[in-house]
Design a protein around this ligand. Structure first.
Ligand SMILES: NC(=O)c1ccc[n+]([C@@H]2O[C@H](COP(=O)([O-])OP(=O)(O)OC[C@H]3O[C@@H](n4cnc5c(N)ncnc54)[C@H](OP(=O)(O)O)[C@@H]3O)[C@@H](O)[C@H]2O)c1
Length: 223
């Protein structure tokens, strides 16, 4: 049972990472967790109102962002939200298929011609001057009835959402593998804080094994 509020959506960041915190290698390879974890992820997708990812995740993975690893019908697919300042979402990417509604959030940097082309396929929201204004977007999504949202990466968007204090919960699947590589993506990249005392605080709520993987569930910013 997910907690719902009447303001911004309740946001759960979910990701799969290696023991050394990588969510993808420098080549973009990101097959990390086992089959049981994929089922857990799809069960969570089925529960939420929306799934959100950054544009690089769309460009690298071309994900469908639908519920397809467990029994489900098309109504179980949540709204897909893509964070894409410059409207770079490819017109034939799978997030624009007819399996679920999709919102592309762009900023004022996006070329009107690109917005028009995307608009013929799906809803485009202009939100923010340079990068997408995530705070404002969450307000707009809440007004559109989104009460629960699953953030599915990647590293850059994860960091922006966490540091903006928009994430309420983090659920991590840790696979027993090590990828290494300073160019590999981690759970949260972005600029990073200067000092550890500024790090975002979490509280471990639940942990369990799933096949060979370990699942950790944290609440964010609990005092
Ligand atoms: N293992 C997992 O669970 C998992 C899950 C998802 C993704 N991944 C991996 O993560 C990698 C992609 O991560 P990434 O860090 O490169 O990219 P990302 O987080 O998917 O997308 C980042 C991009 O979003 C756009 N953006 C717009 N407004 C933003 C804002 N306010 N804050 C942050 N970003 C904003 C920026 O591009 P513009 O300026 O052009 O808009 C930014 O470069 C892929 O390799 C993928 O496979 C792994």
């Amino acid at each position: 049972m997910l907690i719902e509020t009447n303001k911004k959506p309740y946001i759960i960041l979910n990701c799969a990472m290696t023991l050394d915190g990588k969510i993808a290698t420098k080549t973009g390879s990101s097959e990390i967790s086992g089959e049981l974890d994929l089922i857990r992820v799809h069960e969570l997708r089925k529960e939420v109102d929306a799934i959100m990812v950054g544009i690089n995740t769309v460009l690298v993975d071309d994900p469908k962002l639908t519920v397809h690893k467990i029994p489900a019908n098309i109504e179980n697919n949540p709204l897909r939200v893509i964070i894409d300042s410059k409207a770079r979402t490819p017109l034939f990417s799978r997030v624009l298929n007819s399996d679920a509604p999709t919102i592309i959030a762009v900023s004022q940097l996006a070329h009107p011609e690109k917005i028009n082309k995307l608009n013929k396929k799906t809803e485009v929201i202009v939100c923010g001057k340079k990068q997408v204004d995530l705070n404002l977007l969450m307000d707009k999504l809440a007004l559109n009835g989104v009460k629960t949202l699953m953030l599915e990466g990647g590293s850059t968007l994860n960091y922006s959402m966490i540091i903006a204090n928009l994430v309420s919960e983090i659920r991590v699947c840790i696979a027993p593998i090590i990828a290494g590589g300073k160019e590999s993506k981690t759970l949260a990249d972005g600029e990073g804080v200067q000092y550890m005392k500024e790090a975002v605080k979490l509280k471990l709520k639940k942990s369990y094994n799933l096949g060979e993987d370990l699942i950790l569930e944290y609440q964010v910013n609990t005092q």
